[in-house]
Design a protein around this ligand. Structure first.
Ligand code: FMN
Length: 324
């Protein structure tokens, strides 16, 4: 399949695995890239730029296909040493960076001078246009359905994607709620050049996370996610569990007096406990509504092949029959 995204990133299929904290390790990124998609390591999961260098080397030992690194720009109170992480990316020979969170403008020159293609993840058309204006090569448009941070506008992909298609000139992928061949065809028909998936890739054979997490996603329905941290304007879509219920009660109780410290126990340092130790109730962790569509644990190769063959069948079978 050929789109502007496959051309830009030199990949076989327009399917990207978005950066995921404590999920986007070398095993998953390499498996996605080996299957013809674009696998992405998550920089900040690595404690230091040196650790990121080692993870990039580990990933490059597992695949010779293009890989990417996610660089999430956190709210200003947390300040990792971004220039050193960027140096590790450049020195590691990575050609693609997925930026997310705050505006990446101050870091773009370093990335662009090294010939790196940048895809910025945004949750609104105005942010996507800003990313285009500052020189990003592509954007990932994350609808309200998505796992993680959907922003504060609450616009689902059926509205967001056609609006993005009308306004943007650079290529973009649809992110949030994508799971299968049907998602890919819908995204392409709404004007996107491919899809980005998070939650779906967590439930694959190669995702190096605890089986309890994969089971929790398979058991979940589309009704089982909640939005936390809205009063802090740092909204995150997470899977419901007792810790999340506690956060929601505190948010309800404290209203506009809520401070980050009030919920820190439920949201800070949670990912290693959940993803590595399988303590799925240890705190709040990102999960998309798409959990309702996930019922199996394929390999990344099986998943990507089935998405492409189902998409081909929908386009040249079911849809073609409708218009002929
Ligand atoms: C467990 C988990 C952790 C995530 N961590 C990050 C992250 O650190 N940085 C980031 O930009 N996006 C992160 N995301 C968001 C994904 O990259 C992707 O945008 C999102 O999952 C798309 O929605 P979907 O899950 O419906 O496919 C995370 C998602 C999940 C499920």
């Amino acid at each position: 399949m050929k789109t502007r995204i496959t051309e830009l990133f030199k990949i076989d299929y327009p399917i990207i695995q978005g950066g995921m904290h404590f999920v986007g390790f070398a095993e998953l990124a390499a498996a996605v890239s080996n299957a013809g998609g674009l696998g992405i390591l998550t920089a900040l999961t690595q404690k230091s730029p040196e650790d990121l260098s080692n993870e990039i080397s580990r990933c490059k030992d597992l695949t010779d296909k293009p890989i990417g690194v996610n660089l999430t720009f956190l709210p200003a109170v947390f300040s990792p040493d971004y220039p050193s992480y960027i140096k590790a990316i450049i020195d590691g020979g990575v050609q693609i960076v997925e930026t997310a969170g705050r505006n990446p403008q101050e870091h773009l020159p370093a990335l662009k001078d090294a010939g790196i293609k940048v895809i910025h993840k945004c949750t609104s058309v105005r942010h996507a246009l800003k990313a285009e204006a500052i020189g990003c090569d592509a954007v990932s448009v994350d609808g309200f359905e998505c796992a993680g941070h959907p922003g504060e506008d609450d616009i689902p992909n059926f509205i967001l994607l056609p609006l993005a298609a009308e306004k943007l000139s650079i290529p973009f992928v649809a992110s949030g709620g994508m799971a299968d061949g049907r998602s890919l065809v819908s995204a392409l028909s709404l004007g996107a050049d491919g899809i980005n998936m998070g939650t779906r890739f967590m439930v694959t054979k190669e995702a190096p996370i605890h089986e309890n997490v994969k089971k929790a996603i398979i058991d979940a329905t589309e009704l089982d996610t909640r939005l936390v941290m809205r009063p802090l304007r740092n909204t995150e879509r997470v899977l419901i569990n007792p810790s999340v219920q506690k956060v929601l009660e505190l948010e309800n109780e404290l209203g506009s007096d809520l401070k980050f410290e009030d919920i820190a126990e439920e949201v800070v340092g949670v990912y290693p406990k959940v993803m590595l130790d399988g303590e799925v109730d240890a705190g709040a962790w990102s999960c998309g509504m798409v959990a309702g569509l996930i019922n199996d644990t394929p390999s990344c190769d099986e998943l990507i092949k089935s998405i492409i063959s189902d998409a081909n069948e929908i386009i040249s079978g079911r849809l073609a029959r409708m218009v002929n």
